[in-house]
Design a protein around this ligand. Structure first.
Ligand code: PEP
Ligand code: MN
Length: 263
């Protein structure tokens, strides 16, 4: 179902009035985690003003350490929904358990499947069955074939609206958090009709590398970007080092617009 052989024409995924694929570069932005009502409201306002079309924010966080901030859970989803509604931005948030499907359906416009759960097949089935749009991240060490098979799971169970997200893969390199596999973009575009976006934040782990990798992703053919932005990155509860300051996101949005003007 995900393959180009079955469908030659590029898929355009609609999330409310937002379109991903088929032209305009979609900017999805927001904090790694929803931390408070004020934090997500302020972030939503700044990213909307800069040109973002969707708001991201984690409520259930898959953290490496059980002692790290785990997210606000359903309280976070409520604040995310409120911020999205206040600023006219559809919202996306990560789902980590099939048990959360019903609760999350009331709050999000798109489900995110995180890198750590890309091959959690029961989760893929449960999310696919909702028919909702899904942002499917590439697994930490997933081959392109495995990533596309994960998309196939979602589609086989009932959703047509899958957006793939390249977020870097684990390599021997330690200067960056992950290695951004830019070559996956043209490869996936050839194999599949689904739109592909790049997450330069998790791909690099370092704020100063986000901008060049965002530009590179778009140059390689990505249909959009998902970028972490925080009003006060130095005090973020997760992923502060890779989160852009609001002014940096404004510059990124301007530079992407200059690279790919809306026709
Ligand atoms: C995230 O987007 O907040 C996240 C946890 O990303 P990934 O699953 O790509 O690590
Ligand atoms: Mn993050």
């Amino acid at each position: 179902l995900a393959s180009r052989e079955l469908k030659q024409q590029d898929t355009v995924v609609s999330i409310g009035s937002v379109r991903i694929g088929g032209g305009r570069i979609a900017l999805i932005a927001g904090p790694c985690s929803v931390e408070s009502r004020e934090q997500i409201m302020e972030t939503a306002r700044t990213v909307r003003d800069a040109g973002a079309v969707m708001l991201r924010g984690g409520a259930y966080k898959p953290r490496t350490s059980p002692y790290s901030f785990q997210g606000l859970g359903s309280e976070g989803l409520k604040y995310l929904r409120e911020a999205g509604d206040a600023y006219g931005l559809p919202v996306v948030s990560e789902i980590v358990s099939p048990q959360h499907v019903d609760d999350m359906l009331a709050f999000v416009d798109m489900f995110q499947i995180g890198a750590r759960n890309m091959q959690n097949f029961e989760l893929l089935k449960a999310v696919g069955q909702t028919g909702m749009p899904v942002l499917l991240k590439r697994g930490l060490s997933a081959r392109i074939e495995e990533w596309l098979m994960a998309a196939e799971y979602l589609m086989a169970h009932g959703t047509d609206n899958v957006v793939l997200c390249e977020r870097g893969i684990r390599t021997f390199e330690t200067y960056t958090r992950n290695s951004l596999d830019l070559s996956s973009i043209p490869v996936v575009k050839k194999l599949s009709h689904l739109p592909v976006i790049v997450d330069p934040s998790h791909a690099t782990g370092i704020r100063e590398n986000v901008m060049p990798m965002a530009m590179a992703g778009v140059s390689a053919g990505a249909d959009g970007l998902m970028v972490e932005v925080h009003p006060d990155p130095d005090h973020a509860k997760s992923d502060g080092a890779q989160s852009l300051y609001p002014q940096q996101f404004e510059k990124l949005a301007r530079d992407i617009e200059a690279l790919c003007p809306v026709l």
